[in-house]
Design a protein around this ligand. Structure first.
Ligand code: FMN
Length: 181
């Protein structure tokens, strides 16, 4: 069965980006995919430092890198922190690239950002796309920026605005139909 992973670049309790990642997991499951939410709380990695690579590599980095390399589609949601992606997500990406697993070479990647303000994380999305392009990741075309996070989801975790929901569902369609080969 095809594998879908969704990661939130926020480990905040009540994170809007985690809510979005869970939404994408449910949609992919409805399409018959083996879809799973990856909680970065379960993959604690120290701030990357090449010195640690000798004998203090976090085992969870290799574990997650293998999961990325085996997945068919991966959705990465990130808050915008000062115009960029979050430190926990960048740190995770940096560790994954050092595991020798080709973590970004197999899946097709989708990116999304939920922001508390009106601007929908557009700068974070731009940085995320730029970073992933440097890793030779293949990205789905639809970027998913969602503003006003506090009201973006209803009590069931569904996306409240039908136009935003249509965009999210389009991205799931892309992620579950485009193959890297
Ligand atoms: C350090 C920091 C920097 C932030 N910078 C931005 C920003 O540049 N643009 C923006 O739209 N929101 C910014 N925010 C607000 C986030 O959009 C907001 O906290 C959002 O809820 C975080 O996502 P989460 O709910 O998934 O944790 C910032 C928040 C923090 C903590």
């Amino acid at each position: 069965m095809a594998k879908f992973l969704a990661v939130s670049g926020s480990i905040r309790q009540g994170s809007y980006n985690a809510e979005l990642a869970h939404y994408m997991v449910r949609r992919a499951q409805e399409k018959g995919w083996d879809a799973e939410y990856v909680d970065l709380h379960d993959y604690p990695m120290p701030i990357f430092n090449e010195d640690l690579e000798q004998d203090q590599k976090p085992e969870c980095a290799l574990d997650l890198a293998k999961q990325f390399a085996a997945a068919d589609a991966i959705f990465l949601a990130t808050p915008e922190y000062n115009g960029s992606i979050t430190p926990v997500l960048k740190n995770t990406i940096d560790w994954l690239t050092r595991q020798g697993q080709g973590a970004f070479s197999h899946a097709i990647f989708g990116i999304g950002s939920v922001s508390s303000g009106a601007l929908a994380g557009v700068m974070a999305l731009s940085h995320m796309r730029d970073i992933l392009s440097k890793l030779s990741a293949l990205m789905a075309p639809t970027p998913l920026g969602i503003g006003m996070g506090a009201t973006a989801f209803d009590e069931n975790g569904e996306i409240a605005d039908p136009r935003v929901k249509a965009r999210a569902d389009k991205l799931v369609d892309e992620l579950t139909s485009i193959k890297r080969g």
